[in-house]
Write a protein that binds this ligand. Structure first.
Ligand SMILES: [Zn+2]
Length: 407
């Protein structure tokens, strides 16, 4: 993902659009085709109709469960305080007499959970690092379907499949998969280009769902100035998937949510409301900081791996530096960077990403040499930055934005 506005990661699109981008591209008017008898959006309806109930539950579940744990905790505390000292003493005695059973049960449960979580560790196929993946394929696809529906919202929000942007993306994905056959062999990617995220805000962004479905917001094409830049952006998203980042995010999110709910319940049982509210808030903020830290580490890793994948397509890594500069200009011109809180940000700063790219440039050039790429052009792409800035200013004059978003 390139901008910091959305952390959605997920799912499948038009079932009929599931044709592989690898082998079917330019000769057809669109790389995506439904059966002739079906309208494109009807195919999506068929896909999504099976999880309506889950969708409703997902949407409200975190808030309902959080409130539920607070109410349950408060209720138990109030009941306890209403008991006479003798009754309290009796319950404490009852617990103490059986504490070995409780402690033993807790230890067995902990051991089972630890063993189960250890079985959820998978190694990714690129760097071979251990990843915590709680969900199986079917569950990931179901989550992905739900997120797709949330992000895309309606048929009118999807860029028609005969648009030239699809062909461009398909061509570059084919190039990336051909150049990295050992990694992408037998893997299909889906792509949907949309106008607005949640059908509300128009922002330049790209995201990937856990079923290898890349969702591109059409506005990003206003910022991308070359195929090399698009290659890197797509390689970055594909790296997320190959490194199991979307699945890991879902898994850690689910696990941490349960831990937080249990902790919230216990806090409201053991502390008076004022203190409990403070402790709960502190816990939620801490969770947001830790989760943002994890997300930033995923982004750094995807930048690193994406750059190496793109290098095998003979990209000029200076184009990436130019892209970071364009993003910085965009942030400054739209005011998007003003309200960003660094430690809650899910992406490293653009300055940091620029430094990562510079650090990796010698390795990228080595990879280029290894696969026999031509010499880099003499003209540095960053020489065009003043022109890009003028173009961006013109675009923003035509389509003004607030905090990067056009409503
Ligand atoms: Zn990303």
């Amino acid at each position: 993902m390139y901008l910091k506005y959305s952390q959605l990661i997920t799912s499948r699109t038009l079932i009929c659009a599931r044709k592989s981008l690898l082998y079917k591209i330019v000769p057809e008017p669109s790389p995506f085709r439904c059966k002739k008898s079906e309208k494109k959006w009807q195919c999506l309806n068929v896909q999504t109709s099976g999880f309506h109930t889950t969708q409703k539950l997902h949407f409200h579940a975190p808030v309902i469960l959080c409130l539920g744990s607070i109410l349950c905790g408060s209720f138990i505390r109030k009941r306890w305080l209403k008991l006479s000292p003798t009754e309290q003493e009796m319950i404490i005695r009852w617990y103490k007499q059986r504490r070995h059973i409780f402690h033993g049960g807790w230890k067995i449960l902990s051991a089972i959970l630890i063993i189960y979580f250890l079985t959820c560790i998978k190694r990714d196929p690129i760097v071979g690092a251990p990843r915590f993946v709680l969900f199986n394929e079917a569950q990931r696809i179901q989550n992905a379907k739900f997120l797709f529906k949330v992000v895309v919202q309606s048929e009118s929000n999807v860029v028609p499949h005969d648009n030239h942007m699809y062909k461009k993306v398909a061509r570059i994905i084919k190039k990336l998969t051909n150049a990295n056959k050992e990694i992408f062999k037998g893997i299909d990617w889906d792509v949907t280009i949309i106008y607005r995220i949640f059908n509300i805000a128009s922002i330049p962004n790209v995201l990937i769902l856990p079923d290898r479905h890349i969702i591109i917001l059409a506005d990003i094409f206003n910022l991308i100035k070359s195929d090399d830049q698009l290659t890197f952006i797509l390689a970055h998203e594909m790296s997320h998937e190959m490194l199991y980042h979307p699945s890991q995010t879902l898994s850690l999110g689910a696990l941490s949510n349960n831990v937080i709910l249990l902790s919230t319940f216990l806090i409201w049982v053991f502390y008076p409301p004022g203190v409990a509210a403070m402790l709960s808030s502190f816990m939620y903020i801490l969770h947001a900081i830790i989760f943002a830290c994890f997300k930033r580490s995923c982004e750094r890793e995807a930048d690193k791996v994406g750059l190496q994948l793109a290098a095998k397509c003979c990209i000029d890594s200076r184009e990436i530096l130019a892209f970071w500069e364009i993003m910085k200009m965009y942030d400054e011109l739209t005011g998007a960077s003003m309200f960003r809180i660094p430690f809650l940000n899910h992406h490293p700063s653009l300055e940091e990403r620029k430094k990562i790219t510079i650090r990796l440039m010698p390795k990228v050039n080595q990879l280029r040499d290894l696969v026999g790429c031509p010499e880099l052009p003499l003209r540095d792409p960053r020489d065009f930055l003043p022109q890009y800035k003028r173009e961006l200013e013109d675009e923003l004059r035509r389509n003004p934005r607030l905090l990067g978003m056009r409503w």
